[in-house]
Ligand binder design. Structure first.
Ligand code: ATP
Length: 223
């Protein structure tokens, strides 16, 4: 059966999630307090309704209990975001993703059972800062509070050298888990220690944020 989604709060973030899910052909129920926001989504989402998500009865009447994944994208009204999450988890919704405003908000959301807490502004800020510092930085995926996977373009200090030469694990405590070569179409998963890094290669590296930062300073920045 097709997975069903609901997005609560159609600010810039919620609207973007809603648009993208709809563009991917997903069934999306879009909810906001304001008619002006909801009317924008009448022709985009499968259903768009005006409702206050802190009103348990209203949510029940919308049939939100049958939705597989709800995204709570209420920003400024932290109280409403927390109460909405609590109601959704009490309804037994399997996956609730919530946008947090700050670390305190996140802590409360985790305590009351949010399955995924996201900080789009903070995470985007981090990525942009990295890409400003180094042109080689491509992307970062946070695995936990202190571990990430990063994608970087091979730097001058790497080109023509093997993984043994660079000894990234011993020198920086990180692991190169894959190399996407500019020449080969396939991703080289679990590269060999003797594989030579070429210009244009993209390295996928896993490690603690501290070790990744050390690696960036040692091998990537000042390229
Ligand atoms: P963004 O940065 O994504 O634009 P934001 O973080 O500033 O948004 P807000 O504008 O505070 O977030 O809220 C996002 C949307 O959530 C608004 O359109 C607002 O009307 C809606 N919203 C707030 N409270 C509720 C609620 N209780 N029920 C439904 N929608 C709500």
């Amino acid at each position: 059966m097709k997975k069903e989604f609901a997005v609560i709060g159609l600010g810039r973030f919620g609207a973007s999630v809603c648009r993208e899910l709809s563009a991917e052909g997903m069934d999306v129920l879009a909810i906001d307090l304001l008619e002006s926001k909801v009317s924008e989504f009448r022709n985009i989402a499968s259903h768009a309704v005006i409702a206050d998500s802190t009103d348990e009865k209203a949510l029940k009447e919308l049939g939100i209990r049958n939705i597989d994944h709800v995204i709570v994208a209420i920003g400024e009204d932290i109280q409403a975001s927390i109460l909405t999450t609590l109601i959704l988890k009490e309804f037994g919704i399997k996956k609730v993703t919530v946008k947090a405003q700050n670390n305190y908000h996140e802590k409360v959301l985790i305590k009351i059972g949010a399955d995924q807490v996201i900080h789009p502004e903070r995470d985007m800020g981090k990525k942009i800062a990295h890409s400003i510092i180094s042109n080689n930085f491509l992307d970062q995926l946070e695995l936990s509070d202190d571990h990430s996977i990063i994608e970087i373009k091979s730097s001058k200090k790497m080109i023509g050298r093997t993984l043994v030469d660079l000894d990234i694990r011993a020198n920086y405590g990180c692991n190169v888990v894959a190399i996407k070569s500019s020449s080969a179409k396939e991703m080289n998963i679990s590269p060999l220690a003797t594989d030579i890094i070429e210009a244009g290669d993209v390295l996928v590296i896993i490690g603690s944020d501290q070790d990744i930062s050390k690696l960036e300073k040692g091998l990537v920045i000042d390229d």
